[in-house]
Design a protein around this ligand. Structure first.
Ligand code: FAD
Length: 187
């Protein structure tokens, strides 16, 4: 349980005050609309926003007595638009007064994200578009995408099927491939 004095964001919904992660988007239709807009290359006025409140659970994430709030919204690939205002406006809808308790903000754009990690192509946190083709054929289309041309070398990570995400399946399949090819062990 998070103590009352450690719940800084004035969320209207009391359950949100103790949540690690929040998905803000209003109705299903509103989320679908805003996501479709991004897909078309536009910046929606009311984007779907993912919010994390890490310092509620880990006090090392903020100076004593203060808090950090982390959020992102989707933008067209490689867009350098700063969407802080849109994100703050969305949070304000569900936590009126939020803007007034902000001490400072730090923003990172999609191109800056790629500069930080070249695997985030155009800022894509999944290591490239999660299309059906990419889901099965990354880094290249071949029967065993985990086995590299060099003998005894294998690749996993979000650069292999089934792509980005903290599901662990890329490593699982790469390990299976290595066991089969190197030792004849089928798991
Ligand atoms: C902001 C953000 C939010 C996300 N949100 C979600 C989410 O909500 N749900 C979800 O499922 N996925 C999410 N993801 C995606 C997910 O985190 C990634 O797809 C996943 O972590 C990729 O795993 P990976 O093993 O390929 O790479 P990473 O997790 O990036 O691991 C690569 C590791 O290799 C290390 N490394 C790099 N170069 C070297 C080197 N030369 N020598 C030694 N070590 C090296 C790095 O330090 C790092 O620890 C998010 C990603 C980001 C960036």
């Amino acid at each position: 349980m998070v103590p009352e004095h450690l719940k800084p964001v004035p969320w209207i919904n009391q359950d949100c005050k103790g949540a690690g992660t929040l998905h803000l988007g209003g109705s299903f239709e509103e989320i679908a609309f805003s996501e479709r807009e991004v897909w078309k290359g536009n910046h929606p006025e009311k984007p779907y926003v993912l919010v994390s409140q890490p310092s509620l659970f880990d006090e090392s994430r903020a100076p004593k007595g203060k808090h950090t709030l982390w959020a992102y919204c989707h933008v067209p690939n490689n867009s350098d638009k700063d969407c802080s205002e849109e994100i703050i406006n969305q949070i304000e809808r569900y936590a009126p007064g939020f803007r007034d308790i902000i001490i400072s903000t730090h923003t990172i754009s999609a191109p800056e994200f790629e500069a930080y990690n070249q695997n985030y192509i155009g800022g894509d946190i999944n290591g490239g578009a999660q299309t059906v083709k990419q889901l099965l054929g990354r880094p290249v289309f071949q029967w065993d995408p985990y086995k590299l041309p060099a003998d005894g070398m294998y690749i996993c990570s979000s650069s292999t099927p089934p792509g980005g995400g903290v599901h662990g399946m890329c490593g699982f399949h790469a390990a299976k491939s290595a066991l089969k090819n190197e030792f004849g062990i089928r798991v």
